[in-house]
Design a protein around this ligand. Structure first.
Ligand code: ADP
Ligand code: MG
Length: 294
C-alpha cells in the first residue's frame, strides 16, 4: 500500500504493479480501515514540510505494537541537497541527525533500533512500542470514506435483543467471515446494498442499513457485531444463508438512547437516509454491480 501526494508517482507505481493499493494525499487523511501496518517506510518525509508530530503520530496510530517505522533515503542528505535548492518550500530541512531525531520522537511511543546517516545512505529503523490504535480513541467521522466495501458472510443467530419485535430484524453476519475493513469500521450505522443467497429465497438486491457495534454487557466486550436490516419483506428467516453486501456510506456514530422510543425513532431516520441516499445515481448503480449474482 502506498500513500503519496504525487499522482505521477502513484501512476508509475500502478503501472508497475496494479495490485498495489494507492492512496492520494496526506498520510493523516488515510482512512484507518486501510491499516493496521507491520512496517511503514517514510522515505525522506521527515525532511519535508510536515511537523514531526503530525507525521509520526499519524504513522503510529496506523501501526500495530511492534511495527517498524523506517526512514530511508539512498545517499542520504547528499542526495537531497540539490533538491533542497530547487524546492526549498517542499524540502525544508536535512534529514535529522541522531540527537535531533531523538528529540523529535522524545514523547512518542517509539524506540530506536538502528541509525545510519552518511553519504551511502540515511537509514533509520524505529519500533512502535505501544500503538494507540490498540487503545480506544476518538474517531474523526469526517474521515470515514473508504467506500465501496464489498463483503459476504453467513447469517448467524444474534442474541435476541428483540429487534424483530421492534420491527427491525437484523441479520447478524458472522464476523469471522468478514474482512477486517468491514469488521473494524468505527462503530455506528452505515448503508448499502445486500443480496441474500440461497435456494428458494428472494434473490433481489435490496437496500440495507448496517450497524457495527459490540456487546457491551458481555465480558468479551470488544467482540464486534455486524448486523444488517434489509429494507425488504422476506417470506421467512434465512439463518445460515450467505449475505453479500456492498457498503457505500456512513450515517452516524454509535449513540446511547434514553429510551426505546428514541432508539426506534432514530432507526426510522437512519432508514430514511439510506433509502434516499441509495437513490442517487452513483450509489444506485451498485445495485446492479457485477459482485451481485443476477
Ligand atoms: P437475531 O437476534 O437472531 O439476529 P433478529 O430479531 O435480529 O434475530 O432477526 C433477524 C433474522 O430475521 C435474520 O437473521 C433473518 O433470518 C430474518 N429476517 C427476515 N427479514 C429480514 C429483514 N428484512 N432484514 C434482516 N433480517 C430479516
Ligand atoms: Mg439480529
Amino acid at each position: 500500500m502506498v500513500a503519496h501526494w504525487s499522482l505521477l508517482e502513484l501512476a508509475s507505481i500502478k503501472a508497475a504493479d496494479d495490485e498495489i493499493r494507492c492512496w492520494h494525499g496526506n498520510l493523516e487523511k488515510l482512512p484507518h480501515s486501510w491499516g493496521t501496518y507491520d512496517a511503514v517506510f517514510l522515505g525522506h518525509s521527515p525532511a519535508m514540510a510536515f511537523s514531526a508530530s503530525t507525521l509520526f503520530e499519524s504513522v503510529i496510530s496506523r501501526c500495530r505494537t511492534g511495527a517498524r517505522v523506517v526512514i530511508n533515503q539512498s545517499r542520504g542528505n547528499d542526495f537531497l541537497a540539490p533538491y533542497r535548492e530547487l524546492y526549498p518550500h517542499i524540502l525544508l530541512r536535512d534529514l535529522p541527525e541522531l540527537e535531533e531525531l531523538q528529540s523529535m520522537i522524545n514523547n512518542l511511543p517509539l524506540d530506536f533500533i538502528s541509525f545510519q546517516s552518511d553519504s551511502s545512505a540515511y537509514l533509520v529503523a524505529l519500533e512502535v512500542n505501544e500503538s494507540p490504535s490498540e487503545t480506544p480513541k476518538e474517531v474523526n467521522y469526517e474521515d470515514i470514506g473508504d467506500f465501496p466495501l464489498y463483503a459476504s458472510a453467513k447469517v448467524v443467530t444474534g442474541f435476541g435483543r428483540g429487534s424483530k419485535q421492534m420491527g427491525v430484524p437484523t441479520a447478524n453476519l458472522d464476523p469471522e467471515e468478514l474482512p477486517k475493513e468491514v469488521r473494524e469500521l468505527p462503530k455506528g450505522v452505515y448503508f448499502g446494498w445486500v443480496q441474500v443467497r440461497g435456494e428458494g429465497l428472494d434473490a433481489g438486491v435490496h437496500k440495507m442499513v448496517m450497524n457495527i457495534g459490540n456487546r457491551p454487557t458481555f465480558a468479551d466486550s470488544d467482540a464486534t457485531t455486524v448486523e444488517v436490516h434489509i429494507l425488504h419483506d422476506y417470506e421467512g428467516d434465512f439463518y445460515g444463508k450467505d449475505a453479500a453486501i456492498v457498503v457505500l456510506g456512513f450515517i452516524r456514530p454509535e449513540m446511547k438512547f434514553s429510551s426505546l422510543d428514541a432508539l426506534v425513532t432514530r432507526i426510522g431516520e437512519d432508514i430514511k437516509k439510506a433509502r434516499s441516499s441509495l437513490e442517487e445515481e452513483v450509489l444506485k448503480s451498485y445495485q446492479t454491480d457485477r459482485f451481485f449474482r443476477m
